[in-house]
Design a protein around this ligand. Structure first.
Ligand code: CP
Length: 305
């Protein structure tokens, strides 16, 4: 089956189909319609890491579409332990109609997808979070109407979310600035995808340490956690490096007049973002979190329907 491992797997037509389907799903939901488009279908959800949004929204997405989701928590599968990843993929393909997986290593996801005969969806790996990026750009489309007319400024670390946003915005020919300390800039694996996309779409992608340059005329100000699991030992060093890039009201006031604040959540309040921003008039983070659900319904229907 067709997989969604990175945004680079999607053609521009497929990305726009996801956005259009998401809009239909969301509007239908608010009209009280509950089309059972995945009646009788089963999604396996494999988690090697904790999750609030991904776990709950995918499970609810399947339920709203009349299907079923199985939650497989860390340690519940023989995923490379006592059974090869390939054999697990072959067996799961006989039971399920799709897999959504949050795995520590992107390579594990690639191995799983290589041997599965059903669609595999990336629910976040160490490298990418494509469903989040699709949700974020869909949310920008909903708020601004024209993706070509906005400037997106991301502050902080080259997280899996930042990587996916770089890939997706470059693929769509958007204007995206990544701003953070040089030591934590996006890696070559991501920049190669970005360069391929820029050559095709003419997207304006900037990578900079210069906060003034990044915030100037920004319509979307985005940040993510400054660290994630496995990097706690670096916490002090990272905190010092990223502190100047904190999204606070002083920074927001330097953005475009109509600027919004976005965060994939969970947020470390007082670290990468202050309370007055995340709880203030700029913030659209709760709409953004809700849109995960509608984007996931679109992806599930398109891949498994
Ligand atoms: N944004 C996101 O993926 O959140 P969870 O870690 O709660 O799934």
């Amino acid at each position: 089956g067709k997989d969604l491992l990175t945004c680079q797997d999607l053609s521009r037509d497929e990305i726009w189909l996801i956005f259009e389907t998401t809009k239909e799903m969301k509007h239908a939901y608010y009209r009280g319609e509950r089309p059972r488009l995945l009646e009788g279908k089963n999604l396996g959800m494999i988690f090697e890491e904790p999750s609030t949004r991904t776990r709950v929204s995918f499970e609810v997405a399947m339920s709203q579409l009349g299907g079923h989701a199985l939650y497989l928590r860390p340690g519940e599968l023989h995923l490379g332990v006592r059974e090869t990843i390939a054999d697990t993929a072959r067996v799961l393909s006989r039971y399920l109609d799709g897999i959504m997986a949050r795995l520590l290593k992107h390579e594990t996801l690639e191995e799983l997808a290589k041997h599965a005969t059903i669609p595999v969806i990336n629910g976040l790996t160490d490298w990418f979070h494509p469903v989040q990026a699709l949700t974020d750009v869909y949310t920008m489309l909903e708020k601004f109407g024209d993706l070509k007319k906005i400037k997106v400024a991301f502050f902080g670390d080259a997280t899996n979310v930042a990587n996916s946003l770089l890939v997706l915005t470059s693929r769509l020919g958007m204007n995206f600035t990544f701003c953070g300390p040089k030591k934590y800039w996006p890696k070559e694996r991501v920049m190669k995808m970005v360069e391929e996309n820029v050559a095709e779409t003419g997207a304006n992608i900037e990578i900079t340490e210069d906060i003034d340059k990044a915030i100037k005329d920004a319509n979307v100000v985005y940040t993510d956690l400054w660290w994630w699991v496995g990097q706690e030992h670096e916490a002090e060093e990272r905190k010092a490096a990223f502190q100047p890039y904190q999204v606070n009201s002083n920074l927001m006031k330097r953005a475009a007049k109509n600027a919004v604040f976005m965060h994939c959540l969970p947020a470390a309040r007082g670290m990468e973002v202050t309370d007055d921003v995340i709880d203030g008039p700029w913030s659209i983070v709760w709409d953004q979190a809700e849109n995960r659900l509608h984007v996931e319904k679109a992806i599930l229907v398109l891949l498994m329907g």
